[in-house]
Design a protein around this ligand. Structure first.
Ligand SMILES: Cc1cc2nc3c(=O)[nH]c(=O)nc-3n(C[C@H](O)[C@H](O)[C@H](O)COP(=O)(O)OP(=O)(O)OC[C@H]3O[C@@H](n4cnc5c(N)ncnc54)[C@H](O)[C@@H]3O)c2cc1C
Ligand SMILES: Cc1cc2nc3c(=O)[nH]c(=O)nc-3n(C[C@H](O)[C@H](O)[C@H](O)COP(=O)(O)O)c2cc1C
Length: 595
């Protein structure tokens, strides 16, 4: 590195050289974003002539990229865009929404927002304040702002991409202009995200510059690094598969151990495993028979030219109904009853749960070709499973805890696409396609703070990973597990392991709630209530509260109980208690992994 033009002194230059030697591409991109974010916030009002960013890129078009994420996808996309913007000579600044002061919006010229939706149409925690500011009364006029929003979501949720929609509407209302229209991405987000990015760059003007060469090779070693992802999953072998609920349990939960040998795959406690699903063969047969189609016709699909049968078996979602699917079916078939169903929000909501594509074809029959039928279906998304192992403990393996979806409706048994396939058709030595889905917002505290782990059913999975990690690293902190299921005798997942951890001191306390072992129902929130004094004390002593498992019932009740605990034990008004919980979330001392 030449120091001829550098304003740094010798010691600073040396530090910089040390820091940048052997950086990977990903690290370099991150560092670039950090420095630009730092200089933007530190020198925002400084003399433009001496501001480092301005000196270097006097002519570059400014671009601010903000992301709001829970599971990391929006962040990944934002990183890619920032990297491309930098090579295209934009003065690009990349920031997480919780690192951004919304009052600075007035000073922005070009703004890109990549944000997901969580809960039931709510912003991810890190986007909370930004969302509240722009949609609230204090939002300033933003007539000088050009912006575009990429919204991530999932069409199986009622409030599809709501946070992105809210932000786009609020910015338009404030007088800002769109660089490109809002794009709403379903779970297979990459194609739409790429198209949005293309349109944004086409519409934004940047100073022409020689594009920097990019390469997927690790230059320092010359080695190709393979990154496994949902688009390029790893074919892994099942090492072990054990049912961990008793025979008399009405749930089938399996513990699976999967080999990662020589894959180079790394994960951390808190991450999830993405598993490529496969639809039940019997459901495919019944759909083909209802459509009076033998499934042999070769069709153009998002997965290439394949037979109709193959498409239904591996590449399109048929076990779940979404609003979008039903609306498309109504449009294609003009079926009066389906149109009526769409107009009745309550009825539609009820219909979506516990019905599949075959129900739709049987109950609202209409002539539809194979090509048109595939057009109403969405690509089959991989399913996520919270990883229940620590790599520090199990090395080149990954463990998951899978509850088989099996239910009966209208005289027909229905099997979940992924859990059903794993439970019924995959055995030891079989292969499955997997990848790691990072979850940076569900992590053990770095400082060894006390941890309270609350989970029901398979919600216990990441806590097994947490405690394995603590044992493997010899760390005995203050740990407390609240676990809930139906019956002690058949549903106490990983019972012997928890007992061992208790004995060894890696788990400090355990509270169990088995709802069906007595007359009255007892759930984890009741156990939390009983221990409220201690729980509040732990929180006051820098404790971290984790919540994992069912979103619809358990998570809501637990959060409501926690609020009442804060209110009562902290002597706070409901408003102050809400503020306390909000602060916990912001400080990552309330973390949730719910589904
Ligand atoms: C971050 C994350 C972590 C997760 N971790 C885990 C985990 O550790 N373990 C785990 O088992 N799962 C976990 N899940 C859930 C998992 O990803 C799948 O959603 C689940 O296995 C179901 O997928 P499937 O393909 O088997 O069923 P699908 O084919 O997706 O079928 C599910 C559908 O069946 C219907 N249905 C299900 N049960 C009933 C019922 N009783 N009555 C009527 N209708 C019903 C509903 O319409 C439901 O939408 C996690 C999800 C997320 C997002
Ligand atoms: C518990 C949970 C709740 C969700 N709620 C919604 C929702 O209400 N609306 C929606 O469109 N998507 C919803 N999603 C889907 C996410 O927005 C989607 O997975 C997105 O790709 C995540 O992006 P991120 O990794 O940047 O957070 C939800 C996902 C989870 C796990």
């Amino acid at each position: 590195m030449s120091n001829q033009l550098s304003p740094l002194n010798g010691a600073q230059l040396k530090s910089l050289q040390n820091l940048t030697t052997n950086l990977t591409k990903e690290q370099a991109i991150w560092l670039n974003g950090y420095i630009q974010g730092f200089s933007a916030s530190t020198f925002a009002s400084a003399d433009p002539e001496t501001s480092p960013a301005t000196v270097e890129r006097r002519t570059a078009t400014p671009l601010t990229i903000l992301y709001g994420t829970h599971t990391g996808r929006s962040e990944k996309i934002a990183n890619e865009i920032h990297s491309e913007a930098t090579t295209k000579n934009f003065e690009s600044t990349l920031l997480a929404m919780d690192q951004y002061k919304p009052r600075n919006l007035k000073n922005e010229k070009n703004l890109l927002i990549i944000v997901s939706t969580h809960g039931e149409g709510e912003p991810p925690v890190m986007a909370d304040d930004f969302h509240e500011f722009v949609t609230g009364k204090r939002a300033p006029k933003l007539t000088g702002l050009n912006f575009s929003v990429l919204a991530l979501g999932d069409k199986s949720y009622k409030h599809f991409c709501q946070t992105g929609i809210d932000i786009q509407q609020a910015l338009l209302k404030a007088g800002a202009s769109e660089i490109a229209g809002l794009v709403k991405c379903d779970v297979d987000y990459q194609p739409d995200a790429d198209q949005w990015k293309q349109e944004v760059f086409n519409n934004l003007k940047s100073e022409p510059v020689e594009e920097l060469p990019t390469t997927s090779q690790d230059k320092s070693t010359g080695n190709e690094t393979i990154t496994y992802s949902r688009k390029n999953p790893y074919e892994a072998t099942i090492l072990d598969k054990v049912r961990i609920t008793g025979r008399e349990s009405d749930k089938e939960v399996y513990h699976l151990e999967i080999s990662l040998e020589n894959s180079g795959i790394k994960y951390e406690p808190g991450d999830s495993l993405g598993v490529i699903a496969q639809n039940p063969g019997t459901l495919v047969d019944e759909i083909l028979s209802t459509l009076k189609d033998d499934g042999s016709e070769s069709l153009d699909t998002h997965a290439g030219k394949i037979s109709f049968r193959e498409a239904l078996l591996h590449h399109y979602e048929i076990t779940i109904l979404t609003r979008d699917l039903i609306e498309k079916y109504a449009e294609k078939t003009n079926h009066k009853e389906v149109k009526k169903l769409i107009k009745d929000d309550q009825k539609l909501e009820t219909y979506l749960y516990g019905h599949d594509v075959l129900d739709l074809l049987n109950e609202f029959p209409s002539k539809i070709t194979a090509v048109d039928f595939l057009k109403i279906l969405r690509p089959l998304p991989p399913r996520l499973y919270s990883i229940s192992s620590s790599q520090e403990a199990v090395g080149e393996e990954v463990h998951i805890t899978v509850s088989k979806v099996l239910y009966e409706n209208k005289g027909r048994q229905r099997l979940g696409a992924c859990s059903g396939h794993l439970a019924e058709h995959k055995e030891v030595d079989d292969q499955i396609l997997i990848y790691i889905e990072k979850n940076p917002n569900f992590r053990l505290p770095a400082n060894g703070s006390p941890i309270i782990m609350v989970g029901a059913g398979t919600g216990i999975a990441p806590y097994r990973a947490f405690i394995q990690q603590r044992e493997a690293t010899g760390h005995k902190g203050k740990t407390w597990l609240f676990f809930g299921e139906r019956r002690f005798s058949s549903d106490f997942l990983y019972q012997t392991e928890w007992q061992k951890y208790l004995k060894e001191g890696y788990l400090g306390k355990i509270d169990l709630a088995f709802s069906r072992d007595q007359k009255e129902k007892i759930y984890v929130q009741h156990k939390l209530q009983k221990q409220q004094k201690k729980i509040f004390k732990w929180l006051e002593n820098d404790g971290v509260f984790y919540l994992c498992g069912d979103m619809k019932k358990m998570a809501k009740d637990v959060e409501a109980t926690l609020l009442s605990i804060i209110e009562k034990q902290g002597g706070m008004t409901p408003e102050r208690a809400k503020g306390y919980l909000k602060k916990l979330k912001k400080e990552r001392r309330f973390q949730s992994d719910v589904y």
